[in-house]
Design a protein. Structure first.
Length: 129
C-alpha cells in the first residue's frame, strides 16, 4: 500500500470517535430492531406474521454490517505495519494511533457479532407472540 495513503488513513480515523463508532452503530441497530418490531406488533396484533419486520430489519442489518465492516477494514489498515517487530518501548503518536486502531478493530468485530445476534430473533419467530 502506498505510504501516503497509509498516513492519510492514519490521520483521518485515529480519534476516539472511530473507537466508539462500531458500538454506536450496533446500538442504533438494536434500537431500530426492537422499536420497529414493537410498533409493528402493536399495530397488527399478536398473531400477525413478521414478514414486513423481517424485510426492514434485514435491510437495516445489512447496512449496519457494511458500516461496521468498513470501520474494521480501516482500523486493520491503520494497525498493520509491514515488518514490525512489536518493540514499542516509547509512547509515540504512531503507537497511540495504532493502539486505537487495534481497539477499534476489536470493537468492530464485537459490533459485527452483536448486530448479527440482534437480528436473529426476527428471523426465528413466525409471529408477534
Amino acid at each position: 500500500m502506498n505510504i501516503k495513503l497509509e498516513s492519510s488513513v492514519l490521520q483521518v480515523n485515529s480519534s476516539l470517535w472511530a473507537l466508539i463508532s462500531p458500538l454506536m452503530i450496533w446500538g442504533l441497530h438494536f434500537l431500530f430492531c426492537y422499536i420497529f418490531t414493537a410498533i409493528h406488533c402493536a399495530k397488527s396484533g399478536p398473531f400477525m406474521t413478521l414478514n414486513d419486520a423481517r424485510l426492514a430489519i434485514g435491510v437495516a442489518t445489512v447496512v449496519a454490517l457494511l458500516l461496521v465492516t468498513v470501520l474494521g477494514c480501516i482500523a486493520w489498515i491503520q494497525s498493520y505495519v509491514k515488518d514490525d517487530l512489536l518493540l514499542h518501548e516509547r509512547s509515540t503518536n504512531e503507537d497511540r494511533a495504532r493502539f486505537l486502531a487495534v481497539a477499534t478493530l476489536l470493537l468492530a468485530c464485537l459490533g459485527f457479532v452483536a448486530i448479527v445476534f440482534t437480528a436473529i430473533p426476527v428471523f426465528i419467530f413466525e409471529d408477534c407472540r
